[in-house]
Design a binder for this molecule. Structure first.
Ligand SMILES: Cc1ncc(C[n+]2csc(CCOP(=O)(O)OP(=O)(O)O)c2C)c(N)n1
Length: 578
C-alpha cells in the first residue's frame, strides 16, 4: 500500500468525514486517495486561510481535530493565520501540507530555495503549533498521524502540522510501520487540597463570582460545569471566548467582562470578593491594563490546564494546574460545598443588569438601526440556529454584548488572533460539524471582504448560513481607536476605504440577498432571513458610521471605569426597540 492510501485509510479509521483544503500538485496524490477510498470528502475552499478558519470552528464545535490539506509554498503559508487562530483559541486541528520531493529540498545549502515552491513551513509555524514536523519515511505516516490526533486534543487543545514530501506520499509502506510515540501526560495539580482551600474561602465569601472562559467548552467538561453551577448557585461572568458557556435563559449568567464587556459584568468583577477563574487566561482584553484594580479586594482562585497561564498577568492567585474536568469532578463530588447565603448578592447583580441594558449604551437614533438592539432581536428570532460565527470588529463586540443564546447554541469568534475574515469560513466549518443545522454569520463590511470568495463554497454546498453584514461603510473598530488619539484622522478606515454593493455580490453568487437601512424594516427582514431555514440567505444591515462599540474601559483605567460615563440618575428606563 502506498503512504497516501494509508493516510486516507487512517483518516477514515479516525472517523474523519471531511478534509478542508485547496488542491495543489503536492497534495494531489493524497486527495486522490481520499476520493478512491470514498470515505472522506475533500471540501474545496477558495483560499487556504478559509479552510484553516473552517477547521478552527469545526474543532471547537466537535472537540475533535478537523483536518486541512494544503500544497507546498503559498498553499502552506496561506494557512498560517488560521493555524495561529487554532493555537491561540485552543482548537484541535491537524494540518497536512504536501512538500516538494525530498531530493529537491535545499536542506542545509545556503540558498533561498532549490525546488519550485519549496518553503520551510515546519520552521515557520513552529511557534504557532503544538508540534510541527516533516515525515520523511512512508512507514512513519500512520504513526505520525495518530500522534498528531492525540496531541491536538491532549491538555490544552491546539493545532499540529505534518509536512509530507510528495515522494514519501507515493512510496510503498514496506517495513514495519512505526507506531505511536506520543503518550499524554496527566496533569496533577493537587486538586483535593485546592478544592478544600476554595471551599473554605467560599464559605466566608459574601460576593463570590465565577469567571468562565473558552476553556470550559474546550475541556469537554461543560456538563460538569452546569452541574457545579446547580450545586453551588454561584453567579457567572464570562470572557469573549466564554460567551456561549451558558444560555441567556440561565439565571446565573451575568454577562461578558472586558474592554468592551457589559457594564454590569465589569461592575460585578469590581464588587466581587471571591473570584473563581475557570479556563480563562485573564488576558488584557478581559482584565483591562490595570491588573491591580482587577484583583483589588478579592481572593482569586484560578484553574487552568496550562501552568504557565497561572499567576501570569494577575499575580498572587491560589492556583491549580489541571484538566478542568478533573477539578469539576472533584468539586462536584465534594460533600463539603457550603450552602451559600448570597441572595442579597444575586439581587444586587440582577439590579446592575437591569440598570444598564446593553441597548442603552448607544445614542438615541431617529430611525437608524441600534446595533445592540438589532443583535438582540436577530438572535431572539433565531432559536433554530446551532450557533453564530462572529467576525472581528465593532460588530463582534455588539454581538458578544447583546446576543441572546438559546440552549446549546454556540458563539464562535476569533479571540486571541482577532483575525478579520474569520466568520464566513468559520460558519462553513460549523455547518459541516452540525449538518442541516443553520448557522448565523455576523460580520462587518470590512471583514466580509477578506474572505468574500467563500460565498461560492456556501452556494456550492447549499449550506444553511444566514449571513448578516453589519455595514457601517468603514473599518469601524479602528476608526473608533483613531478617534481616541488626539489629532488622528481616519486614514484607511473611512478615507481610502470603500465597500461595493454587497447585496448584488451575494446575488451574483446565487444567494438570495436584501438590505435594510431603517429600524422599522428589521422585524420583517429577520423573518425573511429565516423563510427557508435550510438555505443560505444574505442580509445587509446599514449601521450609522458614527456609532461606537460601547461601553469601553477608558484608556489606562480600571475595569469598572467605562466610556461613555453614565450620567447622574441614569437608570436604564428608556428601552430602545428595533
Ligand atoms: C486580518 C486583520 N487585519 C486587520 C485587523 C485590524 N482590525 C481590527 S477590527 C478592524 C475593522 C473591522 O471592520 P469591519 O469588518 O467593517 O467591522 P466594524 O468594526 O466596522 O464593525 C480592523 C481593520 C485585523 N484584526 N485583522
Amino acid at each position: 500500500m502506498k503512504a497516501c492510501d494509508l493516510i486516507a485509510r487512517s483518516l477514515h479509521q479516525r472517523g474523519v468525514k471531511v478534509v478542508f483544503g485547496l488542491i495543489g500538485g503536492m497534495i494531489a496524490f493524497m486527495v486522490e486517495s481520499l476520493a478512491q477510498y470514498r470515505k472522506t470528502s475533500f471540501i474545496t475552499f477558495h483560499h487556504e486561510q478559509a479552510a484553516a478558519f473552517a477547521a478552527d470552528a469545526y474543532g471547537r464545535m466537535t472537540g475533535k481535530p478537523a483536518v486541512v490539506m494544503a500544497t507546498s509554498g503559498p498553499g502552506a503559508t496561506n494557512l498560517i493565520t488560521g493555524i495561529g487562530s487554532c493555537y491561540f483559541d485552543s482548537s484541535p486541528a491537524v494540518f497536512i501540507t504536501g512538500q516538494i520531493s525530498s531530493k529537491e529540498l535545499k536542506s542545509k545549502r545556503p540558498v533561498r530555495q532549490l525546488g519550485f515552491q519549496e518553503t520551510d513551513i515546519v520552521t515557520i509555524v513552529r511557534s504557532l503549533t503544538k508540534s510541527a514536523k516533516m515525515v520523511n519515511d512512508p512507514n512513519n505516516c500512520a504513526g505520525a498521524l495518530a500522534d498528531a490526533f492525540d496531541l491536538a486534543v491532549s491538555g490544552r487543545p491546539g493545532p499540529v502540522l505534518l509536512d509530507i514530501p510528495i515522494d514519501v506520499q507515493k512510496r510503498e509502506v514496506t517495513g514495519k510501520a512505526v507506531g505511536k510515540t506520543f503518550h499524554p501526560v496527566r496533569l496533577n495539580g493537587d486538586i483535593p487540597k485546592f478544592v478544600n482551600r476554595f471551599i473554605k474561602a467560599l464559605s466566608k465569601a459574601k460576593r463570590p463570582l465565577i469567571l468562565a472562559g473558552g476553556g470550559v467548552r474546550a475541556s469537554g467538561g461543560h456538563d460538569m460545569f452546569l452541574k457545579f453551577l446547580k450545586n453551588s448557585g454561584l453567579p457567572v461572568v464570562h470572557s469573549l471566548l466564554g460567551v456561549d458557556t451558558l444560555s441567556s435563559l440561565h439565571p446565573q449568567r451575568m454577562g461578558m467582562i472586558g474592554s468592551y464587556g457589559n457594564r454590569y459584568a465589569n461592575l460585578a468583577i469590581k464588587e466581587a470578593d471571591l473570584l473563581l477563574v475557570l479556563g480563562s487566561r485573564l488576558d488584557i482584553r478581559q482584565t483591562g491594563t490595570q491588573v491591580d484594580a482587577f484583583r483589588e479586594h478579592k481572593k482569586i482562585f484560578h484553574v487552568d490546564v496550562q501552568k504557565a497561564e497561572l499567576n501570569n498577568r494577575i499575580k498572587s492567585c491560589d492556583v491549580c494546574s489541571c484538566d478542568l474536568k478533573a477539578f469539576l469532578s472533584t468539586i462536584n463530588g465534594s460533600v463539603a460545598l457550603p450552602l451559600l447565603h448570597i441572595q442579597g448578592w444575586r439581587a444586587r447583580l440582577a439590579d446592575l443588569m437591569a440598570m444598564y441594558p446593553d441597548e442603552l449604551e448607544q445614542p438615541s437614533l431617529k430611525s437608524g438601526i441600534n446595533p445592540n438592539a438589532f443583535i438582540r432581536a436577530l438572535s431572539k428570532a433565531s432559536p433554530g440556529a446551532c450557533g453564530y460565527a462572529v467576525d472581528v470588529g465593532q460588530h463582534q463586540m455588539w454581538a458578544a454584548q447583546s446576543i441572546w443564546l438559546y440552549k446549546d447554541q454556540r458563539f464562535i469568534t476569533s479571540g486571541g488572533m482577532g483575525a478579520m475574515g474569520f466568520a464566513l469560513p468559520a460558519a462553513i466549518g460549523m455547518a459541516f460539524a452540525s449538518p442541516r443545522q443553520p448557522v448565523v454569520v455576523i460580520v462587518g463590511d470590512g471583514a466580509f471582504q477578506l474572505n468574500i470568495q467563500e460565498l461560492e463554497t456556501i452556494k456550492r454546498y447549499n449550506l444553511p448560513l444566514k449571513i448578516v453584514v453589519m455595514n457601517n461603510h468603514s473599518l469601524g473598530m479602528v476608526r473608533q481607536f483613531q478617534d481616541e488619539i488626539p489629532n488622528m484622522g481616519h486614514q484607511g478606515t473611512v478615507e481610502g476605504y470603500s465597500v461595493p454593493d454587497l447585496v448584488r455580490i451575494a446575488k451574483a453568487y446565487g444567494i438570495p440577498a436584501k438590505g435594510i437601512t431603517r429600524r422599522a424594516q428589521a422585524p420583517s427582514a429577520i423573518k425573511w432571513l429565516w423563510q427557508e431555514a435550510l438555505k443560505p440567505a444574505f442580509l445587509q444591515v446599514d449601521i450609522d458610521i458614527r456609532l461606537n462599540a460601547n461601553p469601553k474601559i477608558q484608556f489606562r483605567r480600571s475595569i469598572h471605569q467605562m466610556e461613555p460615563k453614565v450620567p447622574e440618575g441614569w437608570h436604564g428606563k428608556r428601552i430602545f426597540r428595533v
